[in-house]
Design a binder for this molecule. Sequence first.
Ligand code: F6R
Length: 611
Amino acid sequence: MCGIVGATGTAAVQATLLEGLSRLEYRGYDSAGIAIQNTSNGAFNRVRVVGKVQQLVDQLEQKPISGSAGIAHTRWATHGKPSERNSHPHMLDGRLTLVHNGIIENFLELRADITARGGRFESDTDSEVIVHLVAEFIHGGMNLAEAVRRGMSKLEGAFAIGLMSSAERGQIVAAKRGCPLVIGIGKNANFIGSDVLSLRSFTDRFLFLEDDELAVLDSEQVTIFDGDGNQVDRATEIVLDQGDRIDKGGYRHFMEKEIHAQPESIRNTLEGRITSSEVVAQTFGIEAVDVLEKTEALTIVGCGTSFYAALVARYWIEDLARVPCDAEIASEFRYRNAALPKNSLFLSLSQSGESADTIAALRLAQTRDYLHTMNIGNVTTSTLMRDSDSAIAMRAGVEVSVASTKAFTTVLVDLLLLALVLARTRGFPGEEEREIVRALHTLPEKIEQVLGLKERMQTLAEEFVTKKHVLFLGRGTHYPIAMEGALKLKELSYTHAEGYPAGELKHGPLALVDRKMPVVAVAPSNELLRKVQSNLQEVRARGGKLYVFTDEGTEFVPGPDVTIIEVPEVHRVLSPIVYTIPLQLLAYHIAVHKGTDIDQPRNIAKSVTVE
Ligand code: F6R
């Protein structure tokens, strides 16, 4: 999704802006651009490219731009195709320049009005209306900051913006509503960025804007104003470097590195959260026991992979704690008039903490009668973690690859801990909790063992390269895992894949099964195994080719049309976490064989900050 970076200082900023942009690459984008002010005359030099930040770097190496203040952008096309003229920074008459992340929902009306007043547009984007609006207020006699504040009041939708004017040299005006934007405080320089990570090389001191606030930056100071133009005092926060290195560490792709980091990320998320026999209740905040004791129902929301984690949690929470639990797609929840059971806990899941739909779901929950709002997130400075009543860190470490892997397994671990603490408040037997906690202690080693399936998955992947469709089946907690396996395959390799509850097969999808259709089954040994085995017979009877992930001794008989992949045996509650790993490896290796852009698949973004 679009990324913003800006810097104003006493030294040249080109390298700073490019470094910031390269740190935002993980969010996904299709074009990039930079505008730097010539501080002696206020004019801007701008370069924009369709493609990667590296192309911008190459062009600027040939022809560098000097200047000590500038803004830069990576664009993920929403309005108007990826092209140079649609790329940011946008510029008006060489005097005003803008970068924008988000969507302006009333841009068609604004554009028509501006055109009627004689404005001429150079791009197809919604963003360009902002430059025109601000320019009109400047023409009316306002300074840049005041013009941005007035311009914002005309905008509907979500945005994070950075603007510069040739009249106010060395000044950046930044503002946000519903999209992420942070301010970095440096020495003789100040910065704006879409996240803390983008500014990590320059500072560890940050200011966080609230929605509808505006910041005015120059090399010496940052001043924040509210939507009415009143100055706001905001404390600087130190965000320490957590030692997250953004390199591939010898792996071919970030995704491969992140798949292999899972034993460590799971170890990290468990650290201090379990004793030898139980889950530490304070993991979920000081008031956790009180809140969980009062909780009579849960609503868990998330998007994509985070939603699948919510679905697994629903099985755990209802099974272990016997508390009714709803799992919802955030984009549906936000527009649904959901009936709210008494004493409900609202829980959002989000790796980035900036998914626009999940934030909107939280905002809705804040207006409803929820007992408490909680978030499990991976970015401690994110909107969802900051704005929920309590927040729990996944501790997955930075996830760069667009496709989520280690964030999914760590959030599952945290959700299981939550289910256990909730269960304890409902009289769940201590012996059973002890048994699961003992199994959790061995989980990182189990994951190491499953990663040993890498070569097998590499070979198996060859059989899938020419397939157009793949069906994934599971039951119980493994039904969401089947959907997660299908999602990983479609986003990485562009192969059509569906995840289905195996019991639903005969209600429709069985019609698709023939000799060309691979069917992947997630079938660990548990109380549903016999049921899954019968469902798979239905596939065999139609000539479908089966790939069964199961553990030793489950009596699946391999054959020409049945491939068995043995997964190490694990406590039945933990199996959804363990069975996720081979499906990640399979999708990854199919994508490697197909030669797709694994870390940044086409059309999708890491941090989905627009609706
Ligand atoms: C899929 C994937 C997405 C995200 C979704 C939510 O691999 O990564 O489906 O899970 O966009 O993102 P977060 O968790 O950041 O809210």
